[in-house]
Write a protein that binds this ligand. Sequence first.
Ligand code: CA
Length: 222
Amino acid sequence: MRVLIVEDDPLLGAGLRTGLGQDGFAADWLTSAEAALHALRLEHFDLLVLDLGLPGRDGLSLLRELRQAGSTLPVLILTARDAVAEKVAGLNAGADDYLVKPCDLDELSARLRALARRAWGRPAPLCRAGDLALDATARVVTLGGKPLALSPREYDLLEILIAHPDRVVLRTHLEASTQGWQGEVESNSLEVHIHHLRRKLGKKRVLTVRGFGYQLVSEPAS
Ligand code: CA
């Protein structure tokens, strides 16, 4: 899942990027609302973590512009302690959730995953496609009831595919969601990870839809 962090405090911003990165997110970090709007126009993100107090344009103004433009991107705002008015203004401007700074990384991570699941129309942490199951809380995947060992990247890809079972997920979506600016740059890396995933799940489970992307099959033909 690709998350954009907008935070002007260098220690906090770098810490969030590193922490969320270690937690399996493709995390990118910017320090101003202007730069964030530019990036959001050009690239796909699954989630936005937004500090409200930014130099120049503030976070609230960025959020209003996004929502006015019709964006449904899940947004979690970071607010100062005891700033009730800030939280209310943020939620009224279209934020989906908030956390008070300094925030606990595990809580941030869990809230972001919950927001993404809801945006995908899959609010329950357990996703199933036939005998394949993914538990997003424990980050555990089972096939026919048996646990499956996946690399972090394979897990990230499966998390997106299983949220859209039997539907084609565009390769640009998969690439953007699993690869931030700091990530790998090889153009064939998606194919390599899909290849590994297919070896573990069975050949007929993940179909290539040429020119478009990939499809996870709930009930593969035997
Ligand atoms: Ca700030």
